[in-house]
Write a protein that binds this ligand. Sequence first.
Ligand SMILES: NC(=O)C1=CN([C@@H]2O[C@H](COP(=O)(O)OP(=O)(O)OC[C@H]3O[C@@H](n4cnc5c(N)ncnc54)[C@H](OP(=O)(O)O)[C@@H]3O)[C@@H](O)[C@H]2O)[C@@H](O)CC1
Ligand SMILES: Nc1ncnc2c1ncn2[C@@H]1O[C@H](COP(=O)(O)OP(=O)(O)O)[C@@H](O)[C@H]1O
Ligand SMILES: [K+]
Length: 507
Amino acid sequence: MRCMTESEMYEVDRKSAEDYLLPTTVLMENAGRALADGLKSKLSKEMRICVVTGPGNNGGDGYVLARTLLNEGYAVEVLETVTEAEMSTDEQLYRQIYLKYQGTLTKVDDVDVAAYLVDKDIIVDALFGIGLTGRVRAPFDQWIETINQSGKCVISLDVPSGVSSVAADDLLAIRANHTFIIEAPKPSLFIEATRPFYGEVTVVSIGLPKKELLQSSLTVWQQEDVKQTLQKREPFSHKGNYVHLLVIGGSAFMPGSVKLTSTGAYRTGAGLVTVMTSEEALPMLANGLNEVMYQPLEPEALTDEALAKYDVIACGMGLSETAAGRALLSRVLETKKPLVIDASGLNLLSEDLSRLERRQALTVLTPHPKEMARLSGLSVAAIKRQPFRVVADFAKAHQVYLVLKGAMTLSASPSGEININTTGNSGLSKGGSGDLLTGMVASRVLSDDTPLAGISNAVFLHGLAADLAVSDRHSSYDLTATEVSDYLGRSFQAVLRKNIQASINIK
Ligand SMILES: NC(=O)C1=CN([C@@H]2O[C@H](COP(=O)(O)OP(=O)(O)OC[C@H]3O[C@@H](n4cnc5c(N)ncnc54)[C@H](OP(=O)(O)O)[C@@H]3O)[C@@H](O)[C@H]2O)[C@@H](O)CC1
Ligand SMILES: Nc1ncnc2c1ncn2[C@@H]1O[C@H](COP(=O)(O)OP(=O)(O)O)[C@@H](O)[C@H]1O
Ligand SMILES: [K+]
């Protein structure tokens, strides 16, 4: 499923009108009717429904929806917040049609809005859609507050009014119980500050040309995408057909990190895994995976000849941030091997990003927001406000694959394409989850249809394993990264066999 920015959506709108000759009024009619159809699952004929309309086309959708429901015998009326002259042309048309159908209309200036809403069961929010810029201005802000304080069930059309994809610090928006989204979710559905305003979500189609919707560079990565892009394991294959991963990291005080990374790699399809770690950490790994080969971390082991047998290097988990660690990362960056960098490796990399420009092989960086802040020089708050832009800009500027980890992990390619992940839960908010993921990413990045698909598959399966663990014998409280790795088998089975995700699974 595609995700579309507001400007991409307006571009599809423009093309639909100019290239496909679809009148904008037809799209509004389709939108209002599709939204009404979706909404009906929440309604009964006994409920009193109030549609609150604003000045733009979102309000126009509201009039179409109100007329559609009225015509089918629902108890619906409209509360309008602007004069007819202040409405968009298409909205004016549908307001008039609503009146021809004998629809009831009340103006906000004629009532005490809070009192007017008291006997309503459902409030439909058609105040603002994707055309909102900045914070909601007066006098609309007071009605948003009144609706939020009403305690009623609120349904938003397209987006909760007040939400835009650049989350303001003093955001004022409708807190919807449910949002019916037109054609494709907008980035604000996946941003921490704006996600809660949406409530439950349903995406409805209004007949925009699919070909144009597919132009978007943002994809919500789902089960079907994993299924389509995951490399098949051939019956006559041998371990040499799959990735040989070299894991570099771990130290006396953090030996477990590389254990988790190598487990993640093997459990995600790698053919061979070698761990190179410090002399002190080696004895502590004696009870590690039987399948892993171990080697002491010596700089001479990092020559091009010695590295020839490896397909990918994963570097940085549990690495000590000392002069030795620094020298090691520099050497690894100079190799021509595909490289996944995580944790301490990212912090050491932040000291001099120009080394990325000199790289001659694929590079994947897997920061959480704090590591991203070090890499980009931006604050964590600024990254969280505009994660899509930050991720795309950084990946393009440094020509790297970038995985910004979080509740909705974003994986970007050097061309700025972004895949959004919606699996996972707070059981993953624990030390070790990231180490596990790094091994999984390294195992898939060269194996699937494209590097971005491989990375996104790893992120999806990692989150899904945690979701399956929590729906089985764990909770988000007790779950550990080691247990997440135990559920990777179930995660693959679920993806390969069942249709677990018919629509977006958003927490
Ligand atoms: N292809 C599709 O997806 C289709 C989408 N459709 C629907 O159209 C919706 C987009 O419609 P839209 O472009 O008219 O914008 P919308 O959000 O209704 O409001 C704009 C109005 O708000 C005002 N305004 C702006 N900022 C403000 C602020 N901070 N505080 C106060 N006011 C502010 C702005 O005033 P201005 O800033 O211009 O002075 C203008 O008057 C979309 O979400 C979907 O529901 C379908 O109908 C058809 C196909
Ligand atoms: N609330 C959450 N919902 C979904 N996934 C989460 C959540 N919290 C953390 N994660 C995932 O867990 C992993 C944590 O990685 P990281 O912060 O690097 O942890 P570590 O300390 O283990 O290295 C990431 O893949 C992140 O996306
Ligand atoms: K709305």
